[in-house]
Design a protein around this ligand. Sequence first.
Ligand code: AMP
Ligand code: GLY
Length: 431
Amino acid sequence: MKVLVVGQGGREHAILWQIKKSEKVKKLYCAPGNGGTTSIAENVPIRPDDISGLLDFCAKEKIDLTVVGPEIPLALGIVDSFQERDLRIFGPTKAAARLEASKVFTKELCDDENIPTAWFEIFTDVKKAKDFIKSKGAPIVIKADGLAAGKGVVVAKDIDEALDAVDEILVKKAFGSSGERLIAEEYLEGEEASVIVVSDGENIVPLASSQDHKRIFDRDEGPNTGGMGAYSPAPVVTDKVFNDTVSKIIKPAISGMKRKGITFKGVLYAGVMVTKSGPKLLEFNARFGDPETQAIFPRLDSDLLELMNLSIDGSLKNYELKWSKKACVCVVMASGGYPGKYEKGKEIHGLERAGGLNDAFVFHAGTRLENDKILTDGGRVLNVIGLGDGIRKAIDKTYEACGVIKFDGMHYRKDIGYRALERTKTVNRKP
Ligand code: AMP
Ligand code: GLY
């Protein structure tokens, strides 16, 4: 099979790396890819939102399967366009991807299907939004309706911060049409986790649990980022939390969509807050998480290509994935200044040494290959991966690999996996 992966981050490098293991794969492409994907795939210079460019490429090269990494092409309807041209593609249609592309759509579905989530109100009017916020008080969470690259959510500690967020979204239009509607919702306390499944529209197959580290600084301080690291499995996802998330959140969402005439095929990612009264939905994504995927796939002992094909064909019933018992950690190495302004083009040293360590390797994110050198080319540059028997060993292995990589201005969190470590200590279990 000839397979195209759309995207350019660490998630897409991890997808390619996992697909390449399949015996059925003859040739891999990545559009547009990065400095690391060149080692396993041919990079093609087409942007993920250039749907007609991708369509033409797949028709001309007779690509057997296209896998979409990021949310934007899904929200633009890449799956519908490919299906119209009889090209095989893994992922949800535009209508199904609304579960990620519109937070208002998802909140309304939660209401219809009794899915546990924070209480909420939807606003288009500035005064009504502000009056509501003043009557509820802080902390309170303000969200733009549409896609905003993870920046459309403000967890407001005081009322002024919440009122400013209303101005940003509804008055200054900081997120354009994504901010035509706004949600004000209850602040939930607890620990976050990601439960990701693959659906064929009817049946689901869960991936291993994981936890993301969204804040820039250690101990989850500072601004939100695209994700500074992740690990799998996540002990906060006990059997009860997992079963509740699947039975009260994921399955009702898929059957609720079906009632609306929408078949959800592809990846459904539930970001949940594990509260004292159980898991509550924070957000759905209609794609693999980044950087969760980079911590999950190294543990997968089954054929990812087969999983995706079964999803497309509606044949996931009774299908189960096999997982390594090892823990896996992913640490994101970022450019100096990220998540604010940063420079590109810094040479990266030590990649071969890091990749040569046992049970450690590197997925590239914001990198490019130029004159045989790997240079930085984005905010989140590398995903350093380590495996081990238990979270402690996986953490140590990952940081050993981080220790041999150098580029000007690089920074990374030193505490990825700390919550898992603390849980392991509390219950006095062997890691
Ligand atoms: P979202 O894109 O909706 O998942 O929000 C981004 C991040 O904001 C989440 O990962 C949480 O850290 C935080 N967040 C979102 N909604 C809430 C909430 N209702 N209560 C507390 N934190 C939240
Ligand atoms: N790690 C969060 C996301 O992929 O949206």
